[in-house]
Write a protein that binds this ligand. Structure first.
Ligand SMILES: Cc1cc2nc3c(=O)[nH]c(=O)nc-3n(C[C@H](O)[C@H](O)[C@H](O)COP(=O)(O)OP(=O)(O)OC[C@H]3O[C@@H](n4cnc5c(N)ncnc54)[C@H](O)[C@@H]3O)c2cc1C
Length: 411
């Protein structure tokens, strides 16, 4: 059985490795170099505590204020607003109480598998030392901020995910660089971070090739078909690649291909930014996140990575690195010693569905096509579990969890 995986981001490369590990004849097709999309610049967190749907009443309440504030954590470019509107309406609908709980349960079920599935791929690619296991510290300036975030902790309680409250002094005993203005914290010890998101992808791709996997460089522009069965793809340079099964893992561009098969997906890009600070002047051993200020800082192999913000402006608009500067400014409120002279900015496209959870499953329209996309803020976290589920579907095995919440035609 010949299988094509389109897209060598963290999701596609993990799928390709898992398929090849199971002995499936697999070709990984990538328009660019592997790992140069969203998977290059994420904030490196294996964030198994972050399964709450993004749309919820407490978030809606903040949105008007955020949108009015030029330094707020969410922005929509005015010219893009009409295009984003249908997605925004669906986003609001996803936060209705009954729907929200179902989405939370679906996200939690994926996150519960992450460490087990990730360990398999790290071992298969010889990258067991890629993870930092100190966990993530969630910061609160005061009790009011902690109370505002309580629904997150309640969601963790509902799904049995442990966490630990820390006083300001306990926090600074762990991370002396954190400002005395931070009065409370919660330690998410289950979370991990990766030392280099890009090296992780390259490690998967190299292991895939060592196991006999094939690679093709080229942009997929069309599918070849026999009736309702997809038989392969056509590349921009005219070449055709034949396959019994095709897996679409093209990140924020996946809907461009699914549309060719009649599978319409409300996929939007939540553009995010990072600043990689090579000589930060401080050191951190944990990732930190400050929900009220909407940024995250992760120690990586190349210095501290500060990231966050959501910008709706589509796939083609030029980056606005002011968004990065705002994030670093916020980070300095928590880390007063942080210096950012020696730093690099980056923008990437999170592939996001309005209901937060990804699509993992078969095309309802065509035979021989599986989709693995729309992982939003959690693509790194969920990549190995997605690979496990897709490989089960591709090889006719029963996935270890109910995948109906992730079907393509749920919208
Ligand atoms: C600032 C920021 C911080 C983030 N932090 C985290 C985090 O800490 N933890 C976490 O879990 N997630 C995080 N994310 C989200 C995560 O990075 C994404 O969800 C994930 O990288 C998506 O992976 P992907 O493989 O689906 O997409 P991508 O990495 O974008 O890969 C898709 C690939 O498909 C290729 N492609 C597209 N179209 C075609 C075509 N027609 N033919 C051939 N190839 C094609 C592209 O070239 C690309 O290489 C963050 C994202 C951002 C932007």
């Amino acid at each position: 059985m010949a299988t094509l995986v389109i897209g060598a981001g963290i999701v596609g490369s993990a799928i390709a490795l898992e398929l090849r590990r199971r002995g499936v004849d697999t070709t990984l097709v990538e328009a660019d170099e592997p790992g140069m999309g969203a998977s290059f610049g994420n904030v490196a967190s294996i964030a198994v505590t972050e399964f709450m749907p993004a749309s919820r009443p407490s978030v809606w309440r903040h949105i008007p204020g955020w949108l009015m504030d030029p330094e707020g954590p969410v922005c929509i470019r005015p010219s893009y607003f009409p295009k984003a509107l249908p997605w925004l309406i669906r986003f609001a609908a996803a936060g209705l109480p009954k729907r929200m709980r179902a989405l939370e349960a679906a996200g939690a079920a994926l996150c519960a598998r992450v460490h087990e599935d990730l360990a398999v791929l790290l071992k298969a690619s010889g990258q067991q030392d890629m993870l930092t296991d100190t966990g993530c510290l969630c910061l609160f300036a005061n009790d009011a901020e902690l109370r505002a975030d309580r629904e997150h902790l309640e969601a963790l309680d509902r799904h049995g995910v442990p966490y630990k409250h820390l006083t300001g002094d306990e926090l600074r005993a762990l991370e002396p660089a954190i400002s005395p203005n931070i009065a409370r914290a919660v330690l998410f010890a289950e979370n991990r971070s990766v030392k280099s998101p890009h090296k992780l992808v390259m490690g998967y791709v190299n292991a895939f090739e060592k196991l006999g996997g094939k690679r093709e460089k080229g942009k997929v522009v069309a599918f070849t078909r026999e009736g309702r069965k997809v038989t392969g793809v056509q590349l921009e340079d005219g070449r055709q690649l034949m396959a019994d099964q095709t897996i679409v893992a093209c990140g924020a561009r996946s809907h461009q291909l699914s549309k060719l098969l009649g599978d319409i997906m409300p996929l939007e890009t939540e553009r995010g930014y990072h600043t990689q600070i090579m000589a930060p002047g401080i050191s951190l051993s944990h990732s930190i996140i400050w929900p009220a200020k909407a940024f995250m800082v992760t120690p990586t192999a190349g210095g501290l990575r500060v990231g966050g913000t959501v910008e709706l402006a589509g796939l083609e608009a030029a980056p606005n690195y002011r968004r990065s500067e705002i994030t670093v400014k916020r980070a300095k409120e928590a880390l007063p010693g942080l210096q950012d002279r020696d730093s690099k900015q980056w923008m990437g496209h999170r592939p996001s569905f309005p209901d937060t959870i990804p699509v993992i499953g078969a095309s309802p329209n065509m035979q021989g096509v599986l989709y693995a996309t729309g992982h939003g803020h959690l693509g790194l976290t969920l990549s190995a579990t997605t690979a496990r589920l897709i490989a089960d579907l591709a090889t006719g095995q029963k996935p270890p969890l109910d995948i109906t919440p992730f079907r393509v035609n749920r919208f």
